[in-house]
Design a protein around this ligand. Structure first.
Ligand code: NAD
Length: 417
């Protein structure tokens, strides 16, 4: 018998119902808390006296942002310049020393980062180390003051476990399956253009790409010809010869993606060419939730469409899964977009477009739950790589005033405290 299960289930159900969200509810809870403190002051003072013999007072205070010290940045291959240099900017701006570990898959970029970049920085404070899982594992045995990892959730767990041994704080920028809800009330061609652009960009190898579409069977019927039009417009009749379509990074990733083409039924594309690691921009329909294409992050130019009968069913579908890095909702109705936003959780959200929210330096970028923890971009990068040191400075004098704190305590000085 688990003594906590009932309580935890009750609280989770209350959270899912949305009760804690309205401002009035929060204000009411805080008022309740204030009443508790006011009405039970005597009781609490007695309890504190019994437990700890305790009393405190604060002066003015300030936060001092300080560098953590030695920071490790581990990067993936899919945007190998951006995903190394953008975190590096934050780490350096905050005043840290940095070890940078690029991905072994993006070999040419890795080489430039290792051979050329250090010439531009003070090498006594900065180093690039190379290697794959084995070398990174070795590196992680050392103590760092902060670890910033971008990659997949499986490796994120390895990094976090290694960091825990030294109690090192981490930012984990992970991936997952980003849902894309398309409402019946929409212009199919506009939606198709935007979904296709962001799904097939960089050969589909983008952590915030729309991973699958959720829509009604009717909307699917209107969306399919529109997606075909968008794909032909972007990449021509023969996408393989288009200079605008990326290739899959490695043989291993290519084989994994080719396996996914067997899920559901191919409605658009489906061709592949191993010699070039080419996968055509593809749309799959009739996919089942249990098939691999709906179980793992696709990270390639394949877009499954899953049918739902209503907005509520789409929201349920999203909430039954891990919290995604990004969530998209397309609708002519502002109410629908806002409902998806209000009733789900994700690292970031964009209404009626792809990952534009990620391009703004004024917004933090990061995941939640299984899609990661912490965030960066713009000023948020500086904050991420800084320890927020809570400080209090007190004048050496005024001892007469401060002496009321000293024991032995009488009812008079307790009142003044
Ligand atoms: P990955 O997790 O395989 O590799 C990332 C880094 O970890 C690499 O430098 C690699 O050398 C290292 N690594 C791999 N296996 C390791 C192990 N066992 N022990 C220690 N280190 C190890 O990720 P990837 O394939 O390079 O990138 C794709 C993944 O990254 C996708 O899941 C994608 O969604 C995610 N991603 C997330 C973001 C984001 O900002 N949230 C951005 C880009 C990519």
């Amino acid at each position: 018998m688990d003594p906590f299960a009932d309580t935890l289930r009750r609280l989770r159900e209350a959270f899912s119902s949305g009760r804690t969200r309205p401002a009035e509810f929060r204000a009411a809870q805080l008022k309740g808390l204030r009443c508790f403190l006011r009405e039970n002051k005597q009781l609490l003072q007695e309890a504190l006296a019994q437990d700890l013999h305790k009393a405190t007072q604060l002066d003015s205070a300030f936060i001092r942002k300080e560098p953590f010290g030695l920071v490790l940045i581990i990067a993936p291959w899919n945007y190998p310049v951006n995903l190394t240099l953008v975190p590096l900017v934050g780490a350096l701006a905050a005043g840290n020393c940095v070890v940078l570990k690029p991905s072994e898959f993006s070999r040419s970029t890795e080489k430039i980062l290792a051979e050329v970049l250090p010439r531009y920085l003070d090498q006594s404070c900065f180093a690039v180390v190379l290697g794959g899982p084995q070398e990174t594992g070795q590196l992680l045995e050392h103590k760092f003051d902060y670890i910033f990892f971008t990659g997949n959730p499986r490796v994120g767990r390895i990094v976090m476990a290694a960091a825990a041994k030294h109690l090192t704080p981490v930012t984990l920028e992970l991936g997952g399956k980003n849902p894309c809800y398309v409402d019946d009330d929409c212009d199919p061609q506009t939606v198709a253009n935007r979904v296709a652009l962001f799904r097939y960009f960089n050969g589909g190898q983008t952590c915030v790409a729309p991973d699958y579409v959720l829509c009604s069977p009717d909307t699917q019927e209107r969306l399919l010809p529109a997606l075909q039009t968008a794909i032909t417009r972007f990449y021509g009749e023969d996408p393989q010869s288009s200079p605008s379509l990326g290739r899959i990074i490695s043989e291993k990733h290519f084989q994994r993606l080719r396996g996914l083409l067997g899920c559901g039924r191919v409605a658009i594309g489906g061709q592949s060419d191993e010699s070039e690691r080419y996968i055509a921009p593809t749309v799959l329909v009739d996919v089942r939730e249990t098939e691999p294409v709906m179980q793992e992050e696709i990270f390639g130019p394949i877009l499954p469409i899953v049918n739902v009968r209503s907005l509520d069913e789409a929201i349920d579908f999203i909430n039954r899964r891990e919290k995604p890095l990004a969530l998209y909702a397309f609708s002519n109705s502002n109410r629908v977009v806002k409902q998806v936003l209000a009733q789900t959780s994700s690292g970031g959200f964009c209404g009626n477009d792809g990952f534009m929210h990620m391009t703004l330096a004024s917004l933090p970028f990061g995941g939640v739950g299984a899609s990661g923890m912490g965030s960066y971009h713009g000023k948020f990068s500086f904050d991420t790589f800084s320890h927020h040191r809570a400080c209090l400075l007190r004048r050496p004098g005024l001892e007469k005033i401060y002496s009321i704190r000293y024991p032995p305590y009488s009812p008079r000085n307790l009142r003044l405290l």
